[in-house]
Design a binder for this molecule. Structure first.
Ligand code: DX5
Ligand code: ZN
Length: 229
């Protein structure tokens, strides 16, 4: 792939697979390995089956992280909590298309509060759902697993989905980056970058190892070895 695309790849370790009793240690290790963002998965036990963390933990992470916090809201009625997460330190906030009835309002709200606004598509949600919101989004997050848990297998159809999402964005005149989340590892990172993803979330592939620093570095190196690159 082009040097431009390689230069813009960002690695976003997901703390979902970190040691919650040693978040500071694990985040620092990923940052030493070159993490660009820290991906924070917020789950409510309703929109997804799992429950994770809320604004107090984001606030605590904000005190020790040196990279922007990328907060992925997997909750019902995210509008009720957007302000609190941004006040807690979120630099990027993404909401699921499937969870929000008035997406334009949510995106506008996030941006007005000074954060970057992302919209997320579940694996079964078609790229065309982005058509009318595309000019307004700062980034799109494409789920490559059904959200809720770390360590799941990458859904192969996502590669074609990435291309369709890029086409919808381009048609709307947007060059917003595409983030990919779920089952990303050394084996498929090149393929997702070749298909158009530039923000790479990885949980298990980084914090499921004994060396999150080295794993972050290895992921970036693999991302830069895109097929044909
Ligand atoms: C899944 C979360 C992901 C998760 C990814 O619902 O949104 O961010 O942490 O974990 P891995 O990389 O292990 O699939
Ligand atoms: Zn996530």
């Amino acid at each position: 792939m082009s040097a431009t695309r390689q230069a813009t790849v960002q690695i976003a370790p997901s703390i979902l697979s970190a040691d919650f009793a040693a978040l500071g240690r694990d985040i620092s290790a990923a940052e030493r390995g070159g993490a660009d963002l820290i991906h924070v998965d917020v789950m409510d036990g309703h929109f997804v089956p799992n429950i994770t963390i809320g604004p107090p933990v984001v606030r605590a992470i904000k005190r020790i992280a040196t990279r922007p916090l990328d907060v992925h809201l997997m909750i019902e009625e995210p509008d009720r909590y957007i302000e609190e997460f941004i006040a807690a330190g979120a630099s990027m906030v993404s909401v699921h298309v499937e969870a929000v009835p008035h997406l334009h309002r949510s995106v506008t709200h996030i941006k007005k509060l000074g954060a970057k606004a992302g919209v997320v598509l579940n694996p079964s949600t078609p790229a065309v759902m982005l058509e009318d919101i595309a000019p307004d989004v700062d980034f799109v997050l494409v789920m490559s697993v059904n959200p809720g848990f770390g360590g799941q297998s990458f859904i192969p159809n996502t590669l074609k989905k990435l291309q369709r999402v890029r086409a919808v964005l381009t048609a709307a005149g947007s060059s917003a980056p595409i983030e990919i989340d779920g089952g990303i590892g050394l084996d498929n990172v090149g393929a997702v970058v070749a298909a158009g993803a530039t923000i790479l979330v990885a949980g298990q592939a980084i914090f499921g190892t004994s060396d999150p620093e080295g794993a972050t570095r290895a992921l970036r190196a693999a991302a830069n070895r895109t097929p044909g690159g």
